[in-house]
Design a protein around this ligand. Sequence first.
Ligand code: C2O
Ligand code: CU
Length: 486
Amino acid sequence: MTAAMRMRPARRSVMLGAGLAIGSGLAGIPLGGAAAPTEQEIVAAPRSFSLTGNAAAVTAGWGYADAFPPPTLRVKLGDTLRVRLINRLPEHTSIHWHGIRLPNAMDGVPYLTQPPVEPGAEFVYEFRPPDAGTFWYHPHCNSIEQIGRGLMGVLVVENPDDPPFDADIVCLYRDWRFDQAGNFTALSTDEGAGRAGTMGNFHTVNGVNAPVIDVPAGGLVRLRILNLDSARVITATLAEQPAWVIAIDGNPIAPVAFDQWQMGPAMRLDLALRAPDREGAIFTLVNTFLAEPLILASFRAAGPAKTGRSDGPPALPASPIPRPDLGNAEALPFSFSASSATALDPQDQLPDLSALQSALGTNEPVADFLCRPQRIFWAINQRPWPGQTGDRIPPPLATLTRGRTYIFELINTTPHTHPIHLHGHTFLVIESNKRTVMPYHTDTVLIHTKERVKIAFVADNPGDWMLHCHIIEHQDTGMMGYVRVA
Ligand code: C2O
Ligand code: CU
């Protein structure tokens, strides 16, 4: 069968490429004479997590560490992060470093920026994050399964010039889809994938259902809230506790009083607050997006009250994001819509999955298939993402001139909300047809029904950069593409 024959040379070249990529990755990073970074190891493997709290579940998941979540990766601004990914999964994987402006070869998109890391293989990621903040990492292929089963972790880039906090607390929110025995139920359904996403039923912060987290009484606390759910949009609210917003999606802002903030999947929010003085006092993080507001986590003031404090909002130093030249920008529209089969560009059509599978038989590795959607519901500019394989990468949605400013108009023609994410660049949200926007930097912006949002950025990072919805089922069923900066 012709398709099967085409797959074989592709797989051989992938294996050869894996060795080369490690070498060129190292050579491509300017080390600036600094001491060699310490290498951290991340092993992606099947693991049993016990997720506890008011409700408890043990489940056979996939993870980067024995417990969920894995320890937060921390690197100092200016230092190089070096991570060896070891793949003990039954299928290929990679790590994408969400929100980091890094060299394209380190971006972790199988076939597009690196060969997939096959079962038993390794890949070394090495880069120096240019911006401090709250980021995260996850695979970028077969994501419904890989992220759904637990492959994710938090990456904090610490700025030594940040004001001192008495506590720095990461709150990783995500749901899981379990039955009563703690076994996964279907991670995706057609009803979910074709609408707002398949929602989980077991809510966790840091792997615990409704945890109680101690904060130093009277202390200045930094809360790093991450919505790492695959589908659910939350409205983060603090009950009984004033706070300031100090960063959005990792990017510092001039502190503003916090009221509430809508966070789609992949979005982050850094808050600063003064914990209550009275030992035992409680405040809560609540999701008020739901008709029935849900407490995600509680915080309890612990220990003797801190004294000698100053009460101004702690401002973080700004990140060195290039300033867009709006006067000389080129505007490009990107429409996010349902797909219509007739709109599939024949050039983009990859061989039929079931034909390939039966041609290869059950003994053949099926890893090449996992970067391809098995169902198509969505599209960008009428083009549903057909997937990528070793011998076939679809063309980019647009080619951008390196160094030029672009204004992307992100147009949501669907009745659903989409968190739209661009790799490799941090953009400025400048305008919406539906709400007043105070311009801010981000890598993921929530676009509501019938909304048109303009974002601006300098295309200063060469390479192929994914542009997609971060509702993972939308991403995996067509709402994905990439732009090329050349
Ligand atoms: Cu958080 Cu393309 O990903
Ligand atoms: Cu979406």
